[in-house]
Design a protein around this ligand. Structure first.
Ligand code: NAD
Length: 267
């Protein structure tokens, strides 16, 4: 039985993580945090997530919430995750981290913080999406430079970062398949007289509408045809169930940074 603490337990992902932890026979929910001043601090987690009373309060201190935990799961903000990673490193508690939107500096600091821990970090915890990551790299490598690569992602209107972490990973996989450095060839959006498409660029486009949980499409186009590979998340459970799979994996793993591909055995 692995004991789980959820950071940001009142959030969209936090609530589903807590719910699915309660439903899993081999997992136990032992804590949940929110930021200081959040309306749910002091409330019962069960009440916050729409489940029966659990006798566990939402707290603003990961130190107390993680004291009994085997794994901390964090889907919050980069700033909060950086602080939580430092606390987990100090306490020696393994982590599963799904937060996106880190700057390069934040990402470097985060990786340094968790370097002595078993930690799974992924821009997308859905099992099917991780299969898509592999297919996108393979397709790019087979199709080669004659096919233009363009990526489209769609998310709910609350999402604060763009393009999505998963769209960036898809771009990195396509670039790897083509032997290109993603950051050198990415082209985020187009507007005005931008001229003809550069042959080597990888286009990224972000749509925001309603409550879309996550749609990603990768197009490879050449004269006369295009092929489209894609993934649609119909609810956040795709990510939450993957994160719980990662939690079971990381609870007994050696200290290092793992991808979801490692958890699934496809990397
Ligand atoms: P959300 O805004 O609904 O939830 C985030 C929660 O974190 C909020 O309740 C917020 O109050 C809380 N929080 C902020 N600072 C905190 C702190 N210091 N301590 C504790 N809690 C704090 O957002 P969401 O839709 O649940 O997404 C959260 C993050 O997860 C985003 O970065 C999102 O892009 C990412 N995400 C990743 C995946 C994946 O598979 N990797 C899937 C979905 C979402």
């Amino acid at each position: 039985m692995s004991k789980i603490a959820v950071c940001g337990v009142s959030g969209r992902m936090g609530q589903r993580l807590a719910h699915l932890t309660l439903e899993a026979e081999d997992l136990e929910l032992v804590g949940g945090t929110e930021h200081a001043g959040h309306a749910s601090i002091g409330a019962d987690i069960g009440q916050v997530i729409g489940a029966p009373q659990l006798g566990i309060e939402v707290v603003d201190s990961l130190r107390s919430s993680a004291a009994d935990a085997d794994v901390v799961i964090a889907f919050t903000t980069p700033e909060a995750t950086l602080k939580d990673a430092a606390i987990c490193a100090e306490m020696g508690v393994p982590m599963v981290v799904g937060t996106t939107g880190f700057t390069e500096d934040q990402l470097r600091d985060f990786k340094a913080s968790v370097s002595a821990l078993p930690c799974v970090f992924a821009s997308n915890f859905s099992t099917a999406m991780n299969v898509l990551f592999k297919l996108v790299q393979d397709a790019a490598s087979i199709l080669g430079d004659d096919y233009d690569v363009e990526i489209l992602e769609m998310h709910h209107h609350f999402k604060v970062d763009a393009p999505s972490g998963s769209a960036i990973t898809l771009g990195e996989k396509a670039a790897a398949g083509l032997g290109r450095e993603f950051k050198d060839v990415v082209k985020n959006g187009r507007e005005g007289l931008v001229g003809q498409r550069e042959k080597m660029e990888i286009g990224m486009h972000a749509l925001r509408a309603g409550d879309i949980a996550g749609v990603h499409k990768v197009f490879y186009g050449a004269p006369g045809e295009y092929i489209e590979l894609g993934h649609t998340a119909t609810s956040r459970d795709a990510f939450a169930l993957g994160a719980l799979r990662a939690a079971r994996f990381v609870a007994g793993a050696e200290a290092r940074l793992y991808s979801m591909g490692d958890v699934l055995g496809i990397e």
